[in-house]
Design a protein around this ligand. Structure first.
Ligand SMILES: [Zn+2]
Length: 162
């Protein structure tokens, strides 16, 4: 490991207590396994820097900074990269973690990938259409699923139900 700066170390510490992780070397997600495939340059042009860091590099926004943490509107949350519907507002709950939390996702539109980057098993949550990183899922959610999908606000967009 080289180039470890104090900033990087702080990032690791923050991420260990958070629900996300620091960026890690990972093979490109533009490998045809998803329906929507773009080059990283195309994603960079489309997304803000923070959106790109989270969606394409598995970064994590800071707790309590995202616009959907206390969001109460009724409608559908979509993937902020490709606008595929990924969560419904009626599965959103108040987790107190500082990230929007859901107990279920819209079937068929979300992919769960095991992630053992830091020596314990976590499950990463991705958009099934474009492979973008949404967040992680944990086993301490409410009924009926007992799951907590801990999702970055910047990974989401919202369509209000009229
Ligand atoms: Zn997507």
């Amino acid at each position: 490991m080289k180039n470890i700066s104090l900033f990087a170390l702080l990032n690791v510490i923050v991420s260990l207590v958070a629900c996300g992780q620091v960026e890690k070397p990972k093979e490109s997600k533009t490998d045809n396994k998803f329906e929507i495939v773009k080059t990283e340059d195309e994603w960079k042009a489309q997304l803000s820097k923070l959106e790109y860091d989270v969606l394409r590099n598995e970064g994590t926004e800071r707790a309590f900074t995202g616009k959907f943490v206390d969001w109460k509107k009724v409608g559908i949350f979509t993937c902020n990269a490709c606008k595929t519907p990924v969560f419904e507002s009626n599965t959103k709950f108040k987790s107190g973690t500082g990230w929007p939390s859901f107990y279920d996702y819209i079937k068929g539109n979300v992919l769960e990938q095991s992630d053992s980057q830091y020596g314990w098993n976590r499950v990463e949550v991705e958009c099934r259409k474009c492979g973008s990183h949404l967040g992680h899922v944990f086993n301490d959610g409410p009924e009926p699923t007992g799951l907590r999908y801990c999702i970055n606000s910047v990974s989401l967009d919202f369509e209000e139900k009229k």
